[in-house]
Design a protein around this ligand. Structure first.
Ligand code: MN
Length: 290
């Protein structure tokens, strides 16, 4: 099942080039009172929501996907975990290019582990990327993203798949510089998620998923998840040995070689096999007090 959020917080079932408006399926979610749980309610109740989507979809309004404003498919993730330098050729690329490494030693992921991105940086593809420091190099990083479905800590590799609810695509946007990753990669709009999530029952080849990215039509990145240094089960085992994973948490699996700068006016196109394709506009942020 391909589930999107679109337009004015509508819930959609994507079918080819159309979307069924299944917003009414959200009625099965429990009402909540403060303090809110540390989960995304949609993902935490995904099996129930999917049952309701199946029930109401036949009579739901169908709209063309073209022209819809796509939002991030997970609205309230508790955290965004990300893997740095998780493709061998990207490690070599980063070590060889001073405008990427900025005299930071680029260590292997086995040594430096994972990092977190602020949830306030999340946008959907329709919202685009707003470059916050246009005087510096701002890069795209295409990444396959896991949506955690079941809570767990110290998850063994062989149980990792049980904890994945869905897959989606992501751009781990990055301003290059000497600061900590969590600062440079947490700028508003620097975590693009979309175009929708594909539930795990429907996507069976996550370990050999092709994906590619172009900027203004020019090829930049092309890779396959079989070349991950830490594979998907290892990423979940590693992450959950530090943080409890909660339903709705997102895990960015890392970017391959071919990262490069984007500037005001660029259009990023990125496609993840078995998931979907999204267009993301890049523009400069307004530098005003807000
Ligand atoms: Mn990244």
């Amino acid at each position: 099942m391909k589930i999107c959020r679109f337009d004015d917080n509508r819930l959609g079932l994507v079918e080819g080039d159309e979307v069924r408006d299944v917003t009414a399926a959200l009625e099965v979610l429990p009402s909540q009172r403060y303090p809110l749980p540390t989960v995304d309610p949609l993902v935490a109740n995904l099996p129930r929501v999917m049952d309701e989507i199946r029930r109401i979809a036949p009579s739901a309004q169908t709209l063309p996907l073209a022209g819809r404003r796509l939002l991030a498919p997970v609205a309230n993730p508790g955290k965004v975990i990300a893997a740095p330098v998780n493709y061998r050729k990207h490690l070599e690329e980063a070590r060889g290019d001073a405008s990427i490494h900025f005299e930071n030693q680029v260590h292997e992921i086995q040594q430096i582990g994972l990092f977190l991105k602020a949830t306030s940086s999340i946008v959907g593809p329709s919202q685009g990327v707003e470059i916050q420091h246009p005087d510096r190099r701002n890069d795209h990083e295409a990444e396959v993203v896991l949506v955690i479905g079941k809570a767990g800590r110290n998850i063994p590799r062989e149980r990792a798949w049980d904890h994945i609810a869905a897959y989606t695509g992501g751009l781990d946007m990055t301003v290059r510089g000497p600061q900590e990753r969590s600062m440079r990669k947490s700028i508003d709009s620097y975590t693009v998620v979309g175009p929708w999530m594909v539930t795990a029952d429907e996507l069976r080849n996550a370990q050999e998923l092709d994906f590619w990215l172009t900027v203004n039509g020019h090829p930049r990145q092309r890779a396959n998840t079989r070349d991950l240094v830490l594979d998907i089960p290892t990423l979940i085992a590693t992450a959950s040995s530090y943080y409890t994973l909660h339903p709705g948490d997102l895990l960015f699996t890392g970017t391959p070689e071919g990262v490069g700068p984007v500037v005001d006016g660029d259009v990023i196109e990125v496609e993840f096999g078995g998931i979907g394709r999204m267009l993301v506009d890049v523009r400069n942020a307004q530098g005003r007090y807000a």
